[in-house]
Design a protein. Structure first.
Length: 82
């Protein structure tokens, strides 16, 4: 009987170890999934940021050109008045 009890005890310990390994594998898989989700979100936000940079540059250049044209028109008017 002692041998059977010892064998059952070892089986229980082995089952517990396998459960721990399964939980660990699940945690690692969950971490990998979360990491890939964050990478996708980061890439999306990075693309949005680049689009905003381009948009900002476009409006900045547009206002700069408008300002320069306004100055040129003013100088032409002054020139025409003289």
């Amino acid at each position: 009987m002692r041998y059977v009890d010892k064998l059952n005890e070892i089986r229980k310990q082995l089952d517990m170890r396998w459960k721990q390994i399964d939980k660990f594998e699940s945690s690692v898989k969950s971490y990998g999934d979360t990491k890939s989700q964050w990478r996708r979100k980061f890439a999306t936000k990075e693309g949005e940021l680049e689009a905003l940079k381009v948009l900002f540059l476009f409006f900045f250049l547009k206002s700069l050109i408008f300002f320069c044209l306004k100055k040129i028109r003013t100088r032409i008017r002054i020139f025409n008045l003289n």
